[in-house]
Design a protein around this ligand. Structure first.
Ligand code: SIN
Length: 286
């Protein structure tokens, strides 16, 4: 293997060492990187001081990119393939629409009928301390369930909603949340997904799941809460402390993540994400 890897944690993740993603890469070298992506769920590329064009170009090697029609407010005005995750105030001084993006455990675009294959998040500015992201290995989460629980959830579909949880005592994100709800009706996804490339079963759950299709919220809630709690046990999780110019690529089909708000909000945290389109799954709830 010509690509050098360093494991990030017991649960998941590997750093790809000595690779400049902006440089031409042979099919063979990218093939090794893609295999590592499938094997480890998350890949970290440090020190990638690259242009937006190169970020997009490298991401395209993973597959076709989402132009974020489902999240029009959050796209970069000149690069629809880039989703902004930033607490930088808007030019008129009002709070950013995306300052609370990702604060719930989720898998990207799970609220659409073509949930994402993977995401590549690049850090432009990080706070002095904190602003970390947590990632959970959903293969491990599934495989460590009891046989009884596996049977119980086998045929279930979780109803995923779009929208950001409001975390502050201001109205930040409220308009965006209403707009997202209108654009994205609830979508039901299988709770157990078979990864289309590895063939392995993974739990597909998160805090955007409101209930199970065919069940009430009251009936569903304890099982959803158990599954999220189980999947996010410390031994299944990697916590990423960001450095400027990191690119983190993760596989949304077997990894869920959560952005922590563990930083001084007066400091800038600015990230940009490409989202690789996945295959069709689930159905719209009318
Ligand atoms: C996301 O959910 O894609 C953003 C994660 C982060 O900001 O750490």
């Amino acid at each position: 293997m010509s690509v050098r890897l360093r494991k990030l944690s017991y649960a998941l993740g590997a750093e790809v060492c000595d690779v400049d993603v902006a440089k031409p890469m042979s099919e063979r070298q990218f093939g090794e990187i893609y295999q590592a992506f499938l094997d480890h769920g998350i890949l970290l590329f440090r020190n990638q001081d690259i242009t937006r064009e190169r970020h997009i170009e490298f991401s395209r090697r993973f597959g076709e990119l989402d132009r974020h029609e489902a999240l029009p407010r959050d796209r970069h005005p000149d690069y629809p393939e880039l989703l902004m995750v930033t607490n930088e105030p808007k030019p008129d001084g009002s709070p950013s629409d995306t300052k609370y993006t990702g604060r719930q455990w989720h898998s990207d675009m799970s609220f659409t009928t073509a949930p994402s294959l993977g995401s590549l998040l690049r850090s432009y500015a990080v706070p002095e301390v904190g602003g970390d992201t947590l990632f959970a290995n959903m293969y491990l989460a599934y495989h460590t369930l009891s046989e009884g629980m596996k049977k119980l959830i086998a045929g279930l579909h979780g109803v995923h909603l779009s929208g950001t949880r409001k975390l502050a005592n201001d109205n930040t994100g409220i308009d965006r949340m209403h707009e997202q709800k209108k654009l994205n009706p609830p979508v039901a996804q299988p709770v157990v997904r078979v990864h289309p490339e590895t063939g392995r079963k993974a739990l597909y759950i998160g805090e955007k799941v409101k209930r199970f299709d065919g069940m009430t919220e009251e009936e569903s809630r304890p099982i959803i809460e158990f599954l999220v709690r189980h999947a996010t046990r410390p031994e299944f999780v990697y916590r990423h402390p960001w450095r400027k110019n990191d690119i983190l690529a993760w596989d949304n089909r077997c990894v869920m993540h959560q952005a922590l708000g563990d930083f001084d909000e007066t400091q800038l945290r600015h990230m940009e994400r490409t989202t690789v389109l996945g295959t069709w799954s689930g159905y719209i709830i009318t």
